[in-house]
Design a binder for this molecule. Structure first.
Ligand code: ASP
Length: 676
């Protein structure tokens, strides 16, 4: 049983849950407008230049520009000053001038960031050096070259004595450009809006550190894959691809050839399989992928995958390599212990049965149980209009174990935009009970004496626990989550965000396996466009799991399992992969006879069929969502916190460069596009 302890969730973990919770509240993108509220008004360069056009002559700024072109090089940074004995030496540093404090006409102190923007040091300007007039002319934030002598300074605190005991007695300072005085870069509550991402990056060390961390993680992955035997080979595949019905909605790139367009790859899937048919034993790539989907907290229309493929391999060989990668990353970069041994495996059926999700966060407990056999018929008919339904239940415990607090939380939750839709479920609203020892039948009265007792025992309910019941039709699992699974996930996040429960620590890696090879077609997804009412659950190149699953193709393809595996950690799907169909005739059979794709759609895959037909060896692969991986490793709120220039808004805009941009009539003509 989950043991409630009166410990508050660490802020970085809590932030993650706030984001998940916001996501369920459907207001994750609203965060941006909240941020904008704290943004200082910043004029654009255009507004500035319009206003000052007449005041500044070109000879003035060209002169300044010429002066800034010549400057001395130096490899020094402040860390190096401290780690080697530079006291008494004259040094040269590149960096940015920070705040200045004038102590009279001839004495001034200023802070100076070195070029890494990681650390500051004090600059001292006094009458001997005669640097004050020049220093005063330079605005805070401007890039400069400083020359001066390193000295010990008078410190006031133990912290200063440890990390900030040096200063530079300024001998000269050369401005290399000017930071506008009207822009306030740092300050409490200052968050720069997405259109000024450069200011956000410059003022937010955590954001810059996340980008550095990301770059290091790439190196670790590369080293791990290149050291394996046989080694993985990094190969770039084209970004100008063509439209194929692989599964996701694509971005189209018009060309000047009438009626012809490229498509950006939703993944390098087909190219990497063709590489396997081309004598490359193992491939990897940090691949940019493009999917035209609505934005969510953990999705971007363009994103990075660590994509890999192995010849002469089946699913479990790939899973072993991915585990090696994760161990390499955790071992090199994370304070938490390296996940040891084989990662836990759970079938899709088990994950859906126990957690109502194909990417469960198993750390929460809150397991789902079937209870319809325990419930009186009249109660079932009250909670659902379905005949012969499945009824499932889970419990949620809380830190304080106070029925009143649980009651308040649950009514807030189901009144919120995140919880309310659950009440509109056509299969019936959730049944909500609070286990309260002060109430008759401990608050479970409507269940009837017998059912109350059995459910109490089955779920091990205790004072203050929340019990949720939900009905669903008798049907095989399909898709990523049941309604109760979504309630479980949303409630786990909301209760942690509201400090009702503590965030579970650590990382629980999990392979979800044995997915159905095909799922009923979802009208909102492009799928493969076949007429069988089925779409490939992963993608149409995924192989059946065993030879009996191959037999099921002709008997009942909906029952066939796939050699498809998703890597999940703490409720986040980090990536997915599969063993592929390596024989052209079988692949063609899937397209034509199982999915019943029209001939012209199958023709789009001729290149792949040709490659498989030319003696392609068995192969399998995987793609790790790299943005998500880094987000999870750093405990960040959103993938936007680990991407230099993320897209925002429902339609995935880049607010800084204003993309997508409008197409002019002239461009439309060139590309044979009709503008409506
Ligand atoms: N191409 C797949 C994807 O992007 C991954 C794989 O099967 O290797 O999800």
């Amino acid at each position: 049983m989950y043991l409630a302890r009166a410990v508050r969730c660490p802020p970085h973990l809590r932030a993650t849950y706030v984001e998940i919770s916001n996501y369920f509240r459907g207001r994750q993108l609203g965060r941006l407008s909240a941020l904008q509220a704290h943004s200082p008004p910043v004029r654009s360069f255009h507004e500035f230049s319009e206003k000052h056009r007449s005041n500044v002559t070109s000879s003035e700024f060209l002169d300044k520009f010429k002066q800034s072109m010549e400057f001395p090089q130096t490899p020094l940074d402040i860390d190096t000053l401290y780690s080697h004995d530079h006291e008494g030496q004259s040094v040269l540093l590149h960096g940015y001038l920070d705040k200045r404090d004038d102590m009279g006409k001839e004495l001034s102190f200023a802070r100076f960031y070195d070029h890494t923007m990681g650390r500051t040091i004090q600059l001292l300007s006094n009458s001997q050096s005669n640097t004050l007039p020049q220093l005063k002319k330079i605005s805070r934030g401007s890039p400069v070259v400083v020359r001066g002598t390193v000295k010990r300074r008078v410190t006031k605190t133990a912290e200063e004595e440890r990390t900030d005991y040096l200063e530079i007695a300024l001998e000269s300072i050369q401005p290399l450009n000017e930071f506008p005085r009207e822009i306030v870069l740092f300050g409490k509550n200052i968050v720069h809006p997405p259109k000024h991402r450069h200011l956000q990056l410059r003022s937010d060390k955590e954001l810059r550190d996340a980008l550095r961390f990301r770059a290091q993680a790439r190196n670790v992955c590369r080293e791990t894959l290149e050291q394996l035997k046989p080694a993985f080979v990094e190969i770039e595949t084209p970004l100008l691809f063509k439209s194929t019905p692989e599964g996701a909605r694509e971005f189209i790139v018009p060309t000047r050839k009438k009626g012809k367009a490229y498509a950006l790859p939703q993944s390098p899937q087909q190219y990497k399989q063709i590489l396997m048919a081309s004598g490359i034993p193992r491939y990897f790539q940090f691949a940019r992928c493009f999917r035209d989907e609505d934005l969510r907290a953990d999705r971007q229309p363009e994103f990075t995958q660590l994509d890999l493929e192995m010849a002469f391999a089946a699913g479990q060989d790939v899973m072993a390599v991915v585990e090696e990668l994760i161990r390499g990353l955790w071992g090199n970069m994370m304070p938490e212990p390296v996940p040891s041994g084989l990662f836990r495996r759970m079938t899709y059926q088990e994950a859906m049965t126990r957690y109502g999700s194909d990417k469960p966060d198993t750390r929460h407990g809150m397991e789902i149980h079937r209870v319809e056999h325990l419930l009186p018929a009249d109660l079932v008919s009250k909670i659902t209009p379905l005949t012969d339904p499945i009824v499932e239940a889970f419990k949620m415990d809380t830190v304080e174990q106070l029925p009143s607090a649980t009651r308040e939380f649950v009514s807030r939750f189901f009144d919120s935009t995140e919880g309310e839709p659950f009440n509109k479920n056509p299969d019936g609203a959730p049944g909500i009970f609070i286990y309260d020892e002060g109430q008759p039948l401990k608050g479970l009265g409507p269940l009837g004496f017998e059912a109350a007792e059995k459910i109490q025992e089955m779920l091990d309910l205790s004072h203050g626990d929340l019990l949720i019941l939900q009905a669903r039709p008798q049907a095989p699992f399909a898709g990523g989550a049941t309604q109760l699974g979504s309630i479980r996930r949303a409630m786990a996040a909301a209760s942690i965000a509201e400090d009702l429960r503590e965030a579970p620590p650590g990382f629980e890696f999990l392979w979800i396996v044995d997915f159905p090879l095909f799922s009923p077609t979802d009208a909102s997804e492009p799928g493969q466009g076949g007429t069988a009412g089925l779409s490939a659950t992963h993608h149409p190149f995924t192989a059946p799991k065993t030879s009996s699953d191959v037999d099921l193709l002709s008997q009942d393809p909906t029952k066939a399992l796939a050699d498809h595996y998703d890597l999940v950690v703490n409720g986040v799907e980090l990536g997915g992969g599969s063993r592929r169909i390596h024989c052209a005739l079988t692949q063609n059979y899937i397209f034509k006879e199982i999915l019943k794709m029209p001939k012209e759609r199958i023709d789009e895959f001729q290149h792949l069929l040709n490659a498989l037909w030319a003696g392609c060896p068995p192969h399998a692969g995987f793609a790790l969502g790299f943005d998500r991986l880094i987000t999870v490793m750093l405990g960040k709120e959103s993938v936007r916190d680990v991407i230099a220039f993320p897209k925002i808004g429902k339609k995935g805009e880049d607010a800084m460069v204003k993309a997508p941009g409008k197409i002019s009539e002239e461009v439309a003509r060139l590309y044979n596009i009709k503008l409506k």
